[in-house]
Write a protein that binds this ligand. Structure first.
Ligand code: ADP
Length: 522
């Protein structure tokens, strides 16, 4: 790995991979913390449902209490009517087993109403007992009342544990009067609280009520047994019962775990994405660096290619202008060299111009019907003398029939020339070049084959890339721009044809220009 690549890799690790890994570790560690927080949030939400059920229960008792105490207050006007109203109310509302009223100053002088009937002396005794037993609590309630706050104080009854005595101070009398409602706890839970539970649970939660001392289930809106409830809270007005709630189907732990798993999965996907992004960036940077390197190589190659013919032209022109050459033959030879080098110069410049036009998509092609045999033969003839002079065996094999294709003959000739030039440059010691035309089922083709240095397998795809030159073999001694084959490819793409390469290192190369066969019109 060279230094620059090492720097890029380190930068990518620092910028992308390290933060991603830290983030993942952080997420992983904080997941248990998150679980706690999520559980807390859910518990709070469920706690709110219980809170609203508790408030609703207290409201119910408050409404009953208000109604009964307003009837009792009417006693002052018409005692019989008031009594009748209280009894009728109790008859109608079986949850309230009895209602008692007593002035705080004299707790033993109260009135007790029961289930529509007058009560016996035993009942009255129990009522008075409860009031006297809770005297301190009643005084506290009076104090609260003075401060503008009405509190409901549930207390246990002496005989029937299922009856809860709820004490509060009536608002309808000047002198404080304590009201005591005897609530049938189970009836209240099943008949009054039950419908409220059903409405709030909305089929999403299981809400059950348990007796605290023995854990017996008194009510549930669901048949599921063994449910694990959380949270569980005491019912304010029935302190010996508790109300418990859980989400239907899943537990809060399961929900929390699911969310954490989803988060972790998301983090993992994010990290993978970042790493993939890092790899793409790395590849692009590497490619750009390689291109920059190749471009600078190209500039030095081109400069070299331009400098050599220029130096030769300069040298021979100077010699001629000094008039030192005696014979006409010598002069002729020098003029020829100057003209040859000038052609070489203009070829290089043309190559670069053609290439830049092709790259910019500005190169214009003049398509017409032309015979591929004819185009190839022309190139072959123009090279024959020159190559034979250089010691090449140069053979042409042309198809017997006319190979008509829709093409730009000049561009096709340029492509063939580029291939022949390369075969000359990369031929090494076995100087043998064959040009062949022909057709097969799909294509009409021209083939240029040599027995030169060949192209290694791994480079065969890349030789058509701009500026690319194989970095071994003859290359260091051979001049070139790395544009010839890129131009060939451009030309073949413009003709909707393709260029195939068959080559083996040290054995030679065969380039085939394939043109689509013209459609035969019926
Ligand atoms: P260049 O100006 O370097 O010849 P080209 O685009 O024509 O550029 O060719 C790209 C590279 O492909 C050459 O540098 C050479 O390494 C390799 N190449 C092209 N033609 C041949 C061939 N006939 N034999 C061996 N190698 C070849």
């Amino acid at each position: 790995m060279n230094r620059q690549i090492k720097i890029i890799v380190s930068a990518l690790i620092l910028i992308i991979v390290l933060p991603a890994v830290f983030f993942a570790i952080y997420e992983f560690n904080s997941s248990s913390n998150n679980e706690k927080i999520i559980r807390q949030i859910y518990e709070n939400q469920l706690g709110m449902i219980i809170f609203s059920l508790n408030s609703a229960s207290e409201d119910m008792v408050s409404t009953w209490g208000n109604k009964l105490s307003s009837y009792y207050w009417e006693q002052g006007k018409d005692k019989n009517l008031a009594e009748a109203k209280i009894k009728a109310f109790l008859k109608q509302n079986k949850t309230i087993r009895f209602a008692g009223f007593a002035p705080v100053k004299n707790l033993k002088s109260g009135d007790l109403y029961m289930d529509g009937e007058s009560c016996n002396s035993e009942d009255k005794k129990t009522f008075e007992y409860v009031l006297v037993f809770n005297k301190q609590g009643i005084n506290r309630l009076v104090q609260y009342n003075k401060e503008g706050y009405r509190k409901f104080e549930p207390v246990a009854g002496p005989e029937n544990p299922d009856i809860t005595y709820i004490l509060f101070i009536s608002e309808f009398t000047d002198e404080p009067v304590v009201v005591c409602l005897g609530i049938d706890s189970k009836k209240f839970i099943n008949e009054n609280l039950g419908p409220k539970i059903k409405a709030s649970a909305n089929n999403m939660f299981i809400v059950s009520v348990f007796k605290k001392n023995d854990g017996a289930k008194v009510y549930s809106n669901d048949i599921e047994n063994n449910a694990v409830y959380s949270p569980k809270k005491t019912i304010w007005i029935l302190p010996s019962y508790e109300i418990a709630i859980k989400l239907k189907g899943v537990t809060i732990e399961e929900i929390a775990q699911k969310r954490i798993n989803e988060n972790l999965l998301l983090v993992a996907a994010l990290i993978l994405l970042l790493i993939a992004g890092g790899i793409v960036i790395f590849r692009n940077i590497k490619k750009e660096m390689k291109l920059a390197e190749i471009k600078s190589e190209f500039v030095s190659n081109v400069s070299h290619e331009l400098r050599t013919p220029l130096a030769l032209i300069n040298m021979f022109a100077e010699t001629l202008s000094m008039g030192r050459l005696k014979t006409e033959e010598k002069k002729e030879e020098y003029y020829k060299i100057i003209s040859q080098e000038a052609t070489r110069l203009s070829n290089i410049v043309n190559k670069i111009l053609n290439f830049s036009q092709s790259e910019a998509g500005k190169r214009k092609y003049n398509f017409k019907q032309a015979d591929l045999n004819e185009i190839t033969e022309k190139v072959f003839n123009s090279y024959q003398y020159h190559l034979q002079n250089k010691g090449f065996k140069f053979k042409g094999e042309f198809a017997a029939d006319i190979l008509d294709v829709e093409c730009d003959p000049e561009a096709v000739a340029e492509a063939i020339i580029n291939l022949v030039d390369n075969s000359v440059k990369y031929s090494g010691d076995t100087k043998e070049i064959n040009i062949r035309t022909g057709s097969n089922e799909k294509f009409v083709f021209v083939e240029v084959a040599d027995k030169g240095i060949g192209i290694p397998d791994e480079d065969q795809k890349r030789v058509f890339e701009k500026f690319f030159r194989v970095s071994s073999g003859l290359i260091h001694n051979t001049k070139g721009t790395g544009l010839g084959l890129a131009i060939v490819k451009h030309i073949m793409d413009a003709h909707k044809g393709r260029v195939d390469l068959f080559s083996k290192k040290d054995e030679g190369s065969r380039f085939v220009l394939n043109f689509n066969k013209p459609e035969i019109k019926p």
